[in-house]
Design a protein around this ligand. Sequence first.
Ligand code: C2O
Ligand code: CU
Ligand code: CU
Length: 505
Amino acid sequence: MHRRHFLKCGLTALAAGSVLRRAIAHPAPAVAHSASAMNPHAAPAAADAPALLPADRLRAGQALQPLPLLRNESTEPGTFAGTLVAEPGTAQLADGPAATACWRYNQSLPGPLIVLEEGMNVSLTFINRLPEPSTLHWHGLPVPADQDGGPDDPVAPGATRVYHFTLPPGSAGSYWYHPHPHQGVSGQIARGLAGAIIVRAPQDPLAALPEQHWAISDLRLDAAAQIPPHTYADWVDGREGEFVLINGQYRPAIALSGTHRVRIWNMCAARYLNLSLPGCAFIPVGSDGGLLEKVLPAQEAILLSPGERMEVLVTGADGNRALTLLPYNRHPMMSPPPQAAMAIAPVTYRAAPLPVSEGTALRTITPLGEPGNQLRAVMMEKMGDIMKNKGGTPPRAFLINGKPFDMARMDLNSKAGVVDRWEIINATTMDHPFHIHGGQFQVFERQYLGKKSAPACLAWKDTVNLRPGEIVRLLMRQDSPGMRMYHCHIIEHEELGMMGMLNVS
Ligand code: C2O
Ligand code: CU
Ligand code: CU
């Protein structure tokens, strides 16, 4: 028994090592490929895939609604007290068929928006009325390790848990909350559990601008408008719901102007959002952890991998336009990559003089400085196991540093207050968005196809995408001791092993 186990692990490490050498020596090219050219094992549409709801049955074209706000139950200044109840319910997304059974926070899909301020004392009460354990994780927020809602701290069905934290200066930005239990997180997110958070700063050069919030998620709906279970391809590639929702609405009508500050969240489990608004361009002003150092040049398209957020201004001429997802090939193993653009919302755009211009300083971001500790995370996959088992139980075939996640094992070590230099390597054939808990990091270098590049300006991030063969180097300082997770933010990959634990002493 022992010997067999040892042999199996030995082989795994060997296989992972050769995958790594191969990926680094021959990274996948950046140009679009068909799935079968990329990967000889690619299969046609899975046999376990259900028939979908015809898109014209979904309610569409209603004016985009703002996210409902989570009520502050505290009247004390500088304090926020809120309650989030996770429970099964129904949403009327389509005309005709029955309401969709889904899981929601406070009966809202997505959950209510939590608006906080730097310096606030926050207590959030989580009531779990789901039939299984869950947690609330504050994605990107610098909260103490024991308040982070990780898989080590489950909230049983029927139980209540209060999370407490104080938001430090400089933490303004766009964050989100989602479940993070040890198993079952992909099922909980596929059923609709996620919500947005905004932290505001006392000084914000863009504070006078009206805001729009686009919390983008996706859902799969079968012919009866119900959320079907995962297919095998969903597990391998990450599940993309076919219906893309903005603030829980399908193809809402958006009225946008050149004065809007738009915050965008990618809350999808696996869908990459390569957003464009033909006839207009996006001007990036903020990333995951708030405003950039300065206003960046306008771009035709912006790419948000699962978990990422961005703040943009939108420039262009008056007109009726379509918010569109351009095809982005993240090299899925089993599903064909998207071939065509997909319109996700009609937009009426009104031009206005831009409140800032390229290069305008937005805030000071101090570089984290010299690292005192080195960390390395190599993302790997066991392609053989994945393809061998097709249609069966998904194997735990997604690894970091040769190992699938084990809650009983600390993988890396760090010290509170010391800057870690992380080197993250994608030694697989697919894109993976890498996320680290505990706060925000600064990417300082990317290495792809043998070329090194630096980001356009300093920015705070907590999730960063890596293409096949890509290496990302970043600096991060954990400010308090405890255990922190790091993982791929394609939720199914996280659940199938692509996650590790950092012990901060
Ligand atoms: Cu957004 Cu570990 O999570
Ligand atoms: Cu997180
Ligand atoms: Cu992944």
